[in-house]
Design a protein around this ligand. Structure first.
Ligand code: BGC
Length: 855
């Protein structure tokens, strides 16, 4: 039987509200037969009908959509066996450019001028009545700052930190909430607007008022009554505002101060003032994913520390907030402090730098609950003062962008399974509206290099489509005129972010504009993202080329030295200057890789001249690396692992040279007792560089090494997320806090970057690798080693589930695979035999190949 598994509009199954004129439909199919492909699909919406034979990226091309309207879409499919299936979905249009009646409002008497701090939260309210029966009501809201909306005392929606973080000067999301059932005869709309990213202190330089001098609110409530009449309540001077609410202070880094004793009716309310907002963003219906409360944690233990603080251990490091049930006395002050690790039984807060990560709650009398709404922390441990455990039931909630989990990996080695869990938690903790570097200290910024190198791993484990698309729009808009991509996006200028002054291009960091869309294209298969990003990519590569060529002649024009590189960032040896000193190698390799990818993208987009141009550029750059940065024997003078890893993985060397370079890499690694020696750029690829060049055993040995520096040392040391530094903790329990290596005290226990090894687990251990976008064709080619006796991986692709489950028993290899409808799998068994397999569920054994359909 044929079934439609996942029918989406703009990648959403339900609740999509869009301002896109041409929403995009996709669907996955499932069948109990083998060899199934789509024959034809018909999409119908009102009088519009479109027949296609593709499953992804189908654009609506019918009559112009009408604002504020619900549309129902029917999908009928027929496969090559004549079987049929149907499905439907609904979506709603947003404003589609309808001018707002809303005006920006603020508290005009609040002048927030302090530097390096965050403003006091503002509270707005508006009362109104509904005399007639309501049939439809929608609230459209945004803010400069972050907001939470309530109607008649009840939270509207489930989002945190709306409207989300975008490059506000370019684009600002508004949220649409269906409040039909929440309206009564007499109503009160209530909003809290904290400083958030737009006004609050942000970046380690604690810049504030980046986008606005104080918070502002912008909203419209549209009500439709049974008799057909309509009413719009728009933000204007009829709203009241006060600074005297429950939430006294709110900031991402420092936390929240909540006073439950405040009676808001007694607060001093004044008329809201119209605000002159300086920026002029395009205000668009939410196109990213909202941040939501996800997993709930109960403490695994708690104890009284010497300091007198009650310490609760949640067993997992994550980004989120506490949720407390409290029996308190009026005025009792409870402080919740957060940390990722303990030192000598106390919270270790040194890595937080200037971030306080603290929630303060002032009780009313009796039973009450509290959970912060305007901040989040990165923590595993919470230290509580001001209350004893018998009066406190403490839980915690993970907060992150609402990404669905799409990947699953498990194998016979429990340490690797814990590594996979750490990789997933590293992702969740740093997918907080934008891809951040870390969730705890005074950064939490959109560092481009971290996600550039991690994007592919994240796309195995999560459906990253809306998350990446949203951020990439900012990348595109923040690109400077010379083509450089800021090292943090959205751009909040920090000292020495020189790209403001000159068209800065930074290898691997700026590569995000190519590596992230490329990872997303391979996973999702929709060329429209490549098309959209193509001009950005071209401009960026032009900037890289400019810097490489500046003050150089001949072949040296392809060696990219200038101007600023992070190089082999956070490699185990040396500090900032050692890492950055390797910039010439990392940058030249980056240029060879991005130009090579651009050549492939140009081919996909049918631009043969461009493809030729970039291919040549890539070849010249590779040749320059080979002849100028390596000796005759392919040896790098001052050897470091990344200098071999990059040219190998980026396929910059011919076969003979690759084998020489791989032997140097393998030698170095052996001499280093299989310890890792790479920084951010080399880490994702080091195991590929070994395994794909004949050093499978060495790759497994490195992966399974459990002394420092290595991935599994972290696991043995009790890590539940991925560390920023290989020696964030040392064997003796001390931490490398980076106090004296030029990084200004940089150590985090929750950075996803080094978790990019997850790619190797899916692509080589389980063997699953996309070849054509969206896994239209893909391969399964597991490589055995490391004493593993089984591995199971599943990836929910755009076409459906790809599965590779293998076992090795008494030297007999067997594998279960699943190939989704509409796709083709190139299966290669460890004995080298290969098969081309179309959709279905199959089992293969190495010595006697049995092919059977099990469904
Ligand atoms: C961040 C990194 C980032 C780096 C760039 C750090 O402070 O935490 O992850 O990529 O700076 O140098």
């Amino acid at each position: 039987m044929l079934a439609i598994k996942r029918f989406t509009v703009n990648d959403m199954i339900a609740e999509c509200v869009t301002d896109q004129k041409q929403p995009v439909f996709s669907f996955a199919l499932e069948s109990d037969q083998q060899d199934v492909v789509l024959e034809v699909a018909t999409l119908k919406m009102g009088n519009w009908q479109r027949k296609v034979n593709t499953q992804i990226g189908i654009k609506y091309n019918g009559p112009e959509l009408v604002p504020f309207t619900e549309y129902k879409v029917l999908l009928e499919v027929i496969d090559n066996h004549g079987e049929t299936a149907t499905a439907s979905l609904t979506f709603e249009t947003g404003r589609l450019g309808t001018p707002f009646q809303a005006k920006w409002i603020t508290n005009g008497s609040y002048h927030f001028t302090e530097r390096k701090t965050s403003p006091k939260p503002m509270h707005f309210k508006r009362q109104f009545s509904c005399q007639k029966e309501v049939v439809k009501a929608r609230l459209y809201t945004t803010a400069l700052g972050i907001y939470e909306a309530k109607l008649n005392g009840e939270k509207i929606g489930a989002d945190y930190f709306a409207p989300g973080f975008t490059s506000y000067k370019n684009q600002l999301q508004y949220q649409t909430y269906n409040v039909t059932d929440q309206l009564k005869e007499s109503n009160e709309l209530f909003f809290t607007v904290a400083g958030g990213w737009a006004v609050g202190a942000f970046t380690y330089a604690r810049r504030n008022r980046v986008y606005a001098k104080r918070q502002a609110l912008f909203c419209e409530l549209h009500i439709e009554f049974e008799d057909g009449s309509k009413e719009i309540i728009a933000s204007d001077e009829t709203f009241s505002v006060t600074m005297n609410g429950h939430i006294k202070e709110a900031e991402f880094y420092n936390g929240e101060v909540y006073d439950a004793t405040v009676n808001m009716d007694d607060s001093h309310w004044e008329k809201a003032t119209l605000e002159q907002v300086k920026i002029k963003p395009e205000i668009l219906a939410q196109y990213g994913l909202p941040v939501r409360a996800k997993e709930k944690f109960k403490p695994i233990t708690h104890y009284k520390a010497k300091s007198g603080m009650w310490i609760y251990d949640f067993g997992q490091n994550f980004a989120g907030v506490v949720a407390a049930k409290i029996k308190g006395k009026k005025g009792q002050k409870i402080i919740f402090k957060h940390a990722e690790i303990l030192m000598e039984g106390e919270l270790f807060t040194e890595p937080l730098r200037s971030a306080k990560q603290e929630s303060v709650y002032i009780c009313e009398e009796g039973q009450q609950t509290y959970s912060p709404t305007m901040t989040y922390m990165g923590f595993r441990y919470v230290g509580v003062t001001g209350i004893d455990p018998e009066n406190l039931e403490l839980t915690a909630r993970a907060l992150y962008s609402n990404v669905d989990e799409t990947g699953y990996f498990e194998c016979s080695n429990d340490l690797l399974n814990q590594l996979q869990s750490n990789i997933k938690w590293g992702t969740k903790s740093n997918f907080v509206d934008i891809p951040t570097d870390c969730p705890q200290r005074d950064e939490r910024m959109g560092w481009t290099g971290d996600i550039a190198l991690f994007a592919s791993t994240a796309s195995f484990n999560f459906n990253t489509r809306r998350f990446y698309d949203k951020w990439l729009l900012d990348v595109q808009k923040e690109q400077n005129r010379g083509g450089g991509i800021p090292v943090t996006v959205p751009l909040v200028r920090v000292p020495f972010q020189w790209e403001i002054m000159i068209p800065m291009a930074v290898d691997h960091w700026g590569d995000a504009c190519i590596l992230v869309p490329w990872a997303e294209y391979l996973t999702r298969g929709d060329v429209s993202l490549l098309k959209q990003m193509y001009p950005t990519m071209k401009k960026y590569v032009k900037a890289c080329k400019f810097w490489a060529e500046l003050f150089s002649v001949g072949k040296h024009r392809r060696i990219w030295r200038l101007l600023h590189h992070y190089g082999d960032w956070v490699a185990p040896e040396g500090g900032l200057w050692t890492w950055m000193g390797r910039g010439k190698w990392t940058a030249t390799a980056s240029l060879a890789n991005t130009t090579n990818l651009l050549a492939q993208i140009a081919e996909i987009l049918e631009k043969p001249d461009d493809a030729k141009y970039y291919k040549k550029l890539s070849e010249e750059t590779s040749a320059a690396y080979r002849s100028l940065l390596m000796d005759k024997d392919c040896r790098v003078k001052k050897e470091f692992q990344t200098a071999y890893v990059l040219p190998l993985h980026y396929k910059m060397l011919n076969r003979g040279d690759a084998s020489k370079a791989a032997s140097h890499l393998a030698r170095m690694i052996k001499e280093n007792s299989y310890h890792i020696g790479t920084g951010f750029p080399g880490t994702p690829y080091v195991l590929f560089a070994l395994a794909d060049n004949g050093y499978i055993d060495e790759a497994y040995k490195m992966l399974l090494t459990d002394t420092r520096p290595s991935w599994l040392f972290q696991i043995k040391a009790g890590a539940t997320t991925i560390w920023e530094r290989w020696d964030a903790l040392r064997e003796d329990g001390t931490s490398n806090t980076g106090a004296d290596d030029g990084t200004n005290g940089m150590v985090s226990f929750n950075h996803f970057a080094n978790g990019a090894v997850g790619d190797f687990m899916y692509r080589r251990i389980a063997g699953i690798e996309p070849i054509e976008g969206g896994y239209k064709t893909f391969k399964i080619e597991p490589i055995l080693g490391g004493g593993l006796t089984y591995a199971k991986a599943e990836v929910e692709t755009a076409y459906g589930k790809v599965k590779s489950h293998w076992t090795l028993k008494d030297d007999k290899f067997s594998i279960d695979i699943h190939v989704p409808v509409g796709t083709t799998c190139n299966l290669t068994l460890p004995n080298g035999k290969s098969y081309v397999v179309t959709s279905g569920h199959y089992q293969f054994q190495e010595d006697r190949e049995v092919i059977e359909n099990e469904c």
